[in-house]
Each structure stands twice: as C-alpha cells, then as structure tokens.
Ligand binder design. Sequence first.
Ligand code: BGC
Length: 282
Amino acid sequence: MSSSAMHTKARCPVYPGSNIQRFPVPDDKISWSTDWPEYNPVNYTAPSVLKKPAWADSEIGSFSPKFNSLDGSVDRRSHEGNYTVQDGRPLNPKGRTGLNGRGLLGRWGPNHAADPIVTRWKRDGSGQRVSHAVSNLPVLQFVSIKRKDCGEWAIPGGMVDPGELVSLTLQREFSEEALNSLQASPQEREKIRERIAQLFKSPGFQVYKGYVDDPRNTDNSWMETVAVNFHDETGDSVSELPLQAGDDAGQVKWIDVDSSQPLYASHSSFLQTVTKKRNAHW
Ligand code: BGC
C-alpha cells in the first residue's frame, strides 16, 4: 500500500468528537521531508484528555517524556522503529495529519492497542463445516463486538495498560468483552474463563504489528496495534461460547468472516490475512 493510501483516516477533514477542522494535507505534502512553510495546523487536545485521567500524559513542558524508550512503565517505543522528535514533540511516522497536539489520544507518540481475533469454523446443525457457495472454501467466524463510540462491528480490542504484556492485554480485553455479554452462573463463568486462558496459552498467529490509520491520529500522537489470531480448530474450546449469532440486540456475537462485512478501522484487512493463513473463504 502506498503511504498516502495508508494515511486516509488520519487526514479526515473534521476531527472525531469535535468540530475542529484539520489543515488540509494533499498527498504530495504528507512527508515531513517535503518542505512546506505554509503548513499551519491547529493545536488540539480534547478537554477530556486535558483533565488528566490516569491513562493520559500531561502537557509537554510540565513533564519530559522519554521518547523512543520504555519510560518507566509507559512504552513509548514504536513498532515502526525510531520516530523523530521535533521541538520536544514526537512526529507521526507516516507524516502530516493536519492537526497538532494529542486530540483524543492520551499519549504523546505511540498509543498501543492489542486486537485478539478469536476464530472458529462455521458448522451446520450436524457439526459439519460449512463452505461458501461461490468460493467453495470453508467459512470462518470470529468474535465481534459492537463499539459504543461509533456503533461499528469490531474486533474486541483495547489499550495496553502501562507495564502490561501484550499477551495479557489480548486475553484481558477478550475475556472482559465476552464474559460481560453472558448471562451465566458463576460456575459456568469459571469454566469459560479457563477455556479462554487455555486458548490464549498458545502463541497464536501474529496477523499485524504496527501503525494503524485511525481518525484519532494527529501529528504528535497515533495508534499502533498488535493483532493476533487464536483459532479453535476442533470446535471444542471457545467455539461453544453461547454468543447469539444473528441477534441484533447482542453487543457481542460470532460473525461470518466475509469481505462484504463492514468493520471498524483496519480490522477488515486483519481478517483477510487470517483467511489466507487458514485457507478460508473471504
Ligand atoms: C481499538 C483497536 C484498534 C485500535 C486502532 C483501539 O481503540 O480498541 O481495536 O485496532 O484502536 O484503530
């Protein structure tokens, strides 16, 4: 993918959750190495971030983050390699976004997320794998949540807590989302928790690691993620999670993996990678 194609959501005209306009950045001016004296983006950090919640940094000046390193428990390293710091502020490794500051993001520089992609084979009433009528390939299903911020279906990902191993974030985010949606007795919950722990013990298949083109990104703050696929091949692990497929009221469900299913952020391309790896329908 060309760098401008990778840099679309990060240049959306109006910054999410605000009426702040980004400074329009044409494709040929994305790169920081292209001289552009007229570039004059607004500085914006959302009021909710400036209130200094526990997950957010302070304004630069009131503290000095150690960029490109593990800063106490906060990981300020990028999966993309070392990034440039100019006048005390880190620069987005993919180029200009038309907005200075942090916007809705808590950290200066990389903001790390993790995306657990939990899959099973779609099966019919007698337990046989279902193949797609056109591609003839077996159909995968993945655990999907409806995001509260935008209402789009997504992988149940979330932010890596300071000091937390990504492998733990993957399991924690998945467990929270999946278990919260269940009406199960404490004993049933315990059984499910064990099954999830068992599945996440395997290293999984790393689908993606790096920068994400996200509408919240700014010149100084951006999203990065590690997406990992945990697959229940035999159907006797988390496949039995009683998430209601097809129930519109449900906020968590098994969804067929198919190129026509609209999904949040870069999640569709992550799933496409999973289908290639597992030789499944896309
Ligand atoms: C989401 C992840 C997503 C990341 C980048 C996070 O807020 O929880 O699922 O991959 O943002 O868009």
